[in-house]
Design a protein. Structure first.
Length: 717
């Protein structure tokens, strides 16, 4: 384990290369770190400060103390800095710890949330931020190194930091993502923005923008070449950069819709032009069937608003697409417009107040004026939380209230049959201002989850069909190994494989390149979340199988409908049961069975992972079981000791009766726990099989569960 001392020591001077080596050196080599105490299994030696070669670039951390952190740097920290720690394996385990502590902080605060989206979308929570950051950063004392090296000006030092070609490759994404968009398009780092901003301020006409970007990249290459002339691997980097560039431009020409992204232009009274999205349809969005179904109605409405409303159709004005980054929310919104063949207005919440503070409100006004004049149409507001967050006391955004109020006023200001549909996207719905989700505003929520294994297969096939690949390629195998990947990441995976094949001079993409780029992505930025996912997934798989096994082997339990370990909302997985008929009455045996099924999760954790490793994940299960037990005792007269009598207001009971009730409930729960334990012990083998099947397939329906429990082999889907 690579753990660094836990206090920030701003006075330490750390030679960059030493840090870098520490990040990228395999476990068994020893690395010198100056001034940073390092402890792990095999001790690495710590070189005193003066021994650092003076010619090396070094950084005085004093100038960059934690208190200096600007809110705007949080994105950089989260998106760029922390992944940097995860490149090597050691770092990844290190990150693990920090992640958990930061996450638990947020969990206490907000329930089970994705730390990344939380940090990303809530620049407003200044206090929480600094605390969360401290918990992340407290032992990452050299983090400013990375922050310092962001941006075009300082990229030189950053390049030195990068050791392997593959990282240089990753680096190129940060350098020129806007013109490799559609190709390697996930990074929206600050570099892109600065380039975009530069183009805005320089007023580059659209026709020349590509040339400008190219020139910019070339200039960057030159600057790089000047500083490190003879470096061999640098040449390779330049080559790769260049190939990337060509590919990117090629992709841009070939596939314009991928890169056309409408932005409200600068200026106070900016014109707003729609983007017609004829060529994006639901066909382009894979693996989110449920969301598409839910949105189908909206398409019908947009095709003919009057008719729809005359027939009595009722539609929300606003639809909120909720889901993690890169799952296709923007794509879905475009597809809605495309399907209905109506104009699509794109706006990004974070852009409203970005150029000139206070113009957000007028931008919103313009946007809606234009949209209404061109109805039916779709207005899409990406990153809705950054305009509609609960930022009442945000010093960063003094005008945001105005912006959000304007948005609310506009939404209230038109009738449902006017044909304007507002689609907002967020990966952090909890941060939204309550006023926004009231009826008549964003009152319909559509979840856009990470794709399951089937969805991932579809997405991979879709993007594979755009490139050349050989017979060996089996999308399903890749899909199984990419738990937790979003659509964008899968697209990226395919693109990177194509790139790798091209760089290696191959004619087609084979399984080898796909596996390579999968691993690369896994080791890169996404790794820790996936790693945590895997660990959590195992626990979840046994927990959920526990419920399922009890349900299956208990005579009076409801039949199982499905079991899944796909996280949804705040849950990590669930087992759903379906009553055979509507239940008018429940028997004592049925109630007990329900309790046993609830107990199954925790019992499974205890049996498989040991008492020390049981998780908090069972609390709602216990709530369930306790409620049933309580009702049995106090309402249904199902306790021998307390007899056939109801006890409605437990507050008015004598202490003796109360404790008798409690005692009875406790006994019911304890017995239930023991029954569940007995079943799980008896069926340990089936339990294991089911958990493993869940880990492979993520979701199993009733029939598949039965097949597994009967010891047969599941057909590969
Ligand atoms: N389900 C999917 N099917 C096909 N392609 C997808 C899917 N999800 C994402 N992609 C690809 O990833 C790109 C980025 O996705 P998109 O911008 O729609 O995600 P998003 O959910 O809006 O992300 P963010 O929250 O970061 O804005 C899409 O343009 C598309 O190329
Ligand atoms: Zn449970």
């Amino acid at each position: 384990m690579f753990s660094l001392s836990s206090t920030v020591q701003p006075q330490v001077t750390v030679p960059l290369s030493h840090l870098i080596n520490a990040f990228h050196t395999p476990k068994n080599t020893s690395v010198s770190l100056s001034g940073v105490s390092v402890s792990q299994k095999q001790h690495r030696d710590v070189v005193p400060e003066h021994e650092a070669p003076s010619s090396e670039p070094s950084l005085n951390l004093r100038d960059l103390g934690l208190s200096e952190l600007k809110i705007g740097q949080i994105d950089q920290l989260v998106e760029n800095l922390l992944p940097g720690f995860c490149k090597g394996k050691n770092i990844s385990s290190h990150w693990h710890t920090s992640h958990v502590s930061a996450q638990s902080f947020f969990e206490n605060k907000y329930g089970n949330l994705d730390i990344f989206s939380t940090l990303r979308s809530s620049c407003l929570y200044r206090k929480q931020h600094s605390r969360a950051l401290q918990s992340i950063c407290s032992d990452l004392q050299y983090w400013p190194v990375f922050i310092q090296s962001r941006g075009f000006k300082t990229l030189k030092s950053r390049t030195r930091r990068l050791q392997s070609t593959s990282e240089r490759l990753a680096e190129t994404q940060n350098i020129a993502p806007s013109f490799v968009k559609g190709f390697l398009l996930r990074d929206r780092g600050s570099d892109v923005e600065s380039l975009d901003k530069l183009m805005k301020t320089k007023n580059i006409p659209e026709a020349h923008q590509d040339a400008f970007k190219t020139g910019f990249a070339e200039g960057f290459l030159k600057a790089q070449a000047l500083t490190q002339k003879t470096n061999d691997s640098l040449r390779r980097t330049r080559l790769i950069l260049f190939i990337l560039l060509l590919f990117g431009i090629y992709g841009l020409l070939k596939n314009p819709f991928l890169s056309v992204r409408f932005r409200t232009t600068t200026g106070l009274d900016s014109a707003v032009d729609p983007v017609q999205m004829k060529n994006v349809t639901f066909e382009h969005v894979k693996g989110v069937e449920e969301a598409k179904q839910e949105l189908q109605e909206v398409v019908e409405f947009l095709k003919n608003p009057q008719k729809f409303t005359i027939l009595g159709g009722k539609l929300p004005k606003g639809i909120l697409l909720v889901g993690p980054p890169g799952t296709g929310k923007t794509l879905l919104a475009r597809a809605v417009a495309g399907e209905a063949d109506v104009p699509f207005y794109y706006a990004s919440g974070s852009e409203f107040d970005e150029m000139f503070v206070g113009v957000g409100a007028s931008r919103i006004r313009n946007l809606f004026r234009e949209a209404k004049a061109n109805a039916p149409c779709v207005i899409f507001i990406d990153e809705l939380d950054s305009v509609g967050g609960k930022r009442i006391e945000s010093p960063m955004h003094p005008y945001s209230r105005q912006t959000i109020n304007q948005l609310l006023a506009e939404m209230d200001g038109f009738k449902p049959n006017e044909g304007v549909i507002i689609i907002g996207a967020t990966n952090f719905p909890e941060a939204l201002d309550n006023a926004l989700i009231r009826p008549g505003r964003f009152d319909m929520q559509v979840t856009v989850p990470r794709p399951d294994v089937k969805g991932r297969t579809e997405i991979l096939k879709w993007y594979l069909n755009k490139i050349k690949f050989d017979q060996s390629v089996d999308p399903e195998i890749i899909a199984r190994g990419t738990v937790g990947f979003s659509g964008a990441e899968l697209e990226n995976l395919v693109n990177q494989a194509a790139l790798k094949a091209a760089v290696d001079g191959k004619e087609m993409v084979t399984m080898k390149e796909l596996e390579f780029s999968k691993d690369k992505i896994l080791m890169g930025p996404e790794r820790r979340s996936v790693e945590i996912d895997n660990k959590n997934k195992t626990i979840t798989a046994y927990h959920e199988s526990g419920h399922a096994i009890i349900a299956y082997y208990t005579k009076d339990a409801m039949p199982i409908n499905k079991a899944t370990i796909m996280p949804r909302g705040p849950t990590l997985g669930h087992v759903s049961l379906l009553p055979e008929n509507d239940r008018w009455n429940e028997t004592r045996a049925q109630l007990l069975a329900q309790m046993d099924v609830s107990m199954g999760g925790r019992v499974a954790e205890e049996l498989i992972f040991g008492t020390d490793h049981i998780t908090t994940g069972a609390s709602s299960d216990f709530d369930n079981a306790t409620k049933i037990a309580k009702r049995m005792v106090t309402k249904f007269g199902m306790s021998e000791k307390l007899g056939v009598m109801t006890y409605s207001d437990t507050g008015k009971l004598s202490p003796e009766t109360q404790s008798a009730i409690e005692q009875e409930i406790r006994i019911l729960l304890r017995d239930s726990y023991e029954r569940a334990k007995h079943i799980l012990k008896t069926h340990a083998k089936e339990h294991k099989n089911l958990a493993e099947a869940l880990l492979t397939y993520e979701t199993l329906d009733a029939k598949e569960i039965q097949i597994v429990l009967e010891g047969k082999k599941l057909e590969v889907r």
